[in-house]
Design a protein around this ligand. Sequence first.
Ligand code: AMP
Ligand code: MG
Length: 353
Amino acid sequence: MTRKSDPNVNEPQHFRVSAEQPAAPAIALAARAIKAGGLVAFPTETVYGLGANARDEDAVDKIFRAKGRPATDPLIAHIADADQLNDLARDVPDLAHELARRFWPGALTLVLPKSAALPANLTAGLDTVAVRMPNHAVATALIEAAGVAIAAPSANRFSRPSPTTAQHVLDDLATEIDVLLDAGPTAIGLESTILDLTRDPPQLLRPGGLPLEALRQFIPDLRFAPRFLGDAEAAPAPGTLLKHYSPRAELLLFQGHDDAAVYATMRAQIAAGRRVGLMLNAADAAAFADLDVKVESLGDSAEQAALRLFAAMRALDGAGVDCILARSPEKRGLGLAVWDRLLRAAEGTLIEV
Ligand code: AMP
Ligand code: MG
């Protein structure tokens, strides 16, 4: 990807907007940029998205180029009204409508058979499309004003941690976007849960902001079988690459029930003389208070860990550490998605203690 030699030539128009009642002029300007085939970074309740008109093949192509994202990794189309689902997908099963009624707007993405009219690059050439209705007034206003579904992956350079603030977007993509709508930090901090309804039984492709347990009310046997852990039954989901959501520093993920043993194993890494950062919940972090290492606390709940995880990775990268030590959380509620992101950041390596 080429960047402009003079960064001032292509600075985005940056608008601070209310997360509840965004000002109409900023939304109108951003919607014009979408209709003109441009790129708009905007907040959702999960993370910031890098949006373009989902029906405009050239605009969608700009998303791939801006991110450095492989063309094999399909995008999610964002809608503001459940009726838009029928423009994007065909043969929509009753279960999709039931899930949409219960969980939309929200952090659930549904994979469905795609309608014929969509550009091939949106779906990476697949005959399925991923659709979500985000729960954020800015996203909704933008989609409504643009009058089209908006294709939007997370607004980060490919494989980097997803952006949970407008500053993260600028850090990765300042010269690539036309408009940035800044409504402050996102509420959930992790990407949506992706459910593939084209398979029987339905498959959870990515755990995310809507907990698996909530989906089990509708699909009792639903489970998460990450392909990268060698489960032969797992869905071959595009874009669920192992190395993803990663800090620049190496991340070591420790797993074990015995706190003292886990801490001792972590300390051995620190003693090995590397520039180490810690990314731990508050209780675990307290066990290292005697050491002179950079610590990013993930708080004391799965919700806080979800909110802080990507910002913590970026902060530790910014602090220049070579190695980040983290601990596997309980895989319940949002903890499952936190665990998934940590495991990918660690490139699949779990250190069992
Ligand atoms: P993100 O980069 O967070 O927007 O996530 C988009 C992800 O949605 C992709 O990386 C895929 O894992 C998933 N996805 C999108 N479209 C499809 C599809 N048609 N079939 C399966 N997974 C999809
Ligand atoms: Mg992403």
